[in-house]
Design a protein around this ligand. Structure first.
Ligand SMILES: [Zn+2]
Length: 132
């Protein structure tokens, strides 16, 4: 994963939302990152100040929530949280489970600075990940 270009796309997307709402600044961006997405949270935090410099998101706080790996078991019809290195169903041990979580990259919410009132937009939109 290229965290800098990922950060840049996040900043672009957030800036567009801010512009649509007439906001001059962004106070906080919250994202949800699946544990299997390949994105390193530390690298994102490091890249964010560079990606946001000179944009509406400059100085914004970047909140990241890591999403656990989940599998769906067709045998017992249950969805369970599992460790990323063990995708078997924890209830019956079935191995042909389907991944149902852990790969997501979502832009969860943005706090905009509009005059003196802070406004939080909750969207849970997919993050527009660049193809590099
Ligand atoms: Zn099962």
């Amino acid at each position: 994963m290229h965290e800098l270009s990922l950060c840049q796309s996040l900043v672009r997307q957030a800036s567009r939302v801010a512009a649509e709402h007439g906001a001059r600044s962004i106070r906080r961006i919250s994202v949800r990152i699946g544990l299997l997405s390949g994105v390193e949270a530390d690298l994102m935090l490091h890249a964010f100040p560079f990606a946001s410099r000179g944009t509406a998101a400059e100085g914004a706080q970047l909140d990241m929530e890591l999403c656990p790996v989940r599998v769906y078991c067709p045998q017992c019809n249950r969805d369970s949280e599992v460790p990323s290195n063990h995708l078997n169903c924890p209830h019956c041990g079935y191995w042909q489970t389907h991944l149902s979580g852990g790969e997501e990259l979502l832009l969860a919410s943005i706090d905009l600075g509009i005059e003196t009132d802070a406004q939080t937009l909750t969207s849970s939109k997919p993050w527009e990940v660049p193809h590099v």
